[in-house]
Design a protein around this ligand. Structure first.
Ligand code: GLN
Length: 299
């Protein structure tokens, strides 16, 4: 097809024909939800919602729209995540800005936040001082700050590029005055402090398992946010003792964990000696997902 023919065909592309062709292209590329992804990407190009596309399937795309749409479909067919292509991901009741410098927020992480909120309310700690370790997009920090309008949050990440994304989300969601962002490899750059809560969704995938993740994840999401070392537990080994030094007595440590890690992480907590017995919380699919403990004094 020469350039002229391509332009003419593009000019005659409707939403419906674009979606049919694109969904087929994505299906052949092995994308899990081809039709949905094509709709989301086309809606992005047109600057409308998916429902608007459904309402006007016969709408003719301009040559420029068709071209922009094809470019996004091409990237998606190489398994670049939709969230990166559209620059955002819904989490809790908010839309978070994301780039490939941060992990895409996962619904499972809402379990961690629910535990935090329940624990703080039950203790009537309504102005909690919260630390989020490895904040990434800032999703945990932002939700924590919004759920407790009198609370304060410190969010840390070792990646400067991730912190910029978190900064944008903090601004976007109006919690800039109460969320402090710090560039820090775990607790290294954090001064003296006694937090009521330390929350973290650390990297917990075993290095050897990274290569087996789906292409969308392993080829596009930051290894820094995923790689937990040889057995996936490296960060917990540093995080659990480190957090103890930054919690007040009675303060809570709440961590997301990977599949099959509950027993090993509970053992790390037990062996430390300065924490209460660990409690394991399951997600909605019945998987052990979050671990919670309280700082007690040593010995
Ligand atoms: N806190 C972010 C999240 O839960 C990032 C976590 C990470 O990068 N491991 O999505």
């Amino acid at each position: 097809m020469n350039g002229k023919t391509a332009a003419r065909n593009a000019a005659h592309e409707t939403c419906e024909s674009f979606l049919n062709g694109s969904a087929e292209r994505l299906r052949l590329a092995g994308v899990a939800s081809p039709r949905l992804d094509a709709e989301v990407l086309l809606a992005q190009v047109l600057g409308v919602g998916r429902e608007d596309i459904h309402a006007r399937p016969g709408y003719f795309l301009s040559a420029r729209q068709a071209e922009a749409g094809r470019a996004l479909i091409e990237r998606r067919s190489k398994r670049e995540p939709v969230s990166y292509l559209v620059g955002q991901k819904g989490f809790w009741d908010l839309d978070f800005f994301v780039t490939s410098h941060v992990l895409i927020p996962r619904p499972e992480t809402e379990i961690l936040l629910e535990r935090f909120i329940q624990t703080a309310r039950a203790a009537e700690t309504l102005a909690p001082n919260v630390l989020d370790v490895g904040t990434g997009s800032g999703n945990i920090a932002v939700v924590a700050a919004r759920e407790f309008p009198a609370g304060r949050v410190t969010a840390m990440d070792r990646s400067p590029a991730a912190l910029q994304v978190a900064r944008e989300n903090v601004r976007r969601h109006g919690v800039g005055g109460r969320v402090r962002l710090i560039g820090s490899d775990l607790f290294s750059a954090l001064g003296e402090s006694a937090f009521d809560f330390i929350l973290s969704n650390p990297p917990y995938i075993a290095s050897g398992a990274l290569a087996h993740l789906m292409a969308d994840v392993k080829d596009y999401e930051p290894a820094l946010a995923l790689d937990g070392g040889e057995d996936g537990l490296d960060i917990y080994r540093r995080l659990i003792p480190g957090a103890w030094g930054h919690l007040r007595e009675g303060g809570s440590l709440i961590l997301e964990i990977g599949m099959e890690q509950a027993r090993a992480v509970s053992a790390l907590i037990h062996r430390h000696g300065g924490y209460s017995a660990a409690r394991v919380i399951k997600d909605y699919s019945g998987r052990e997902r979050v671990i919670q403990t309280t700082k007690v004094s040593h010995g």
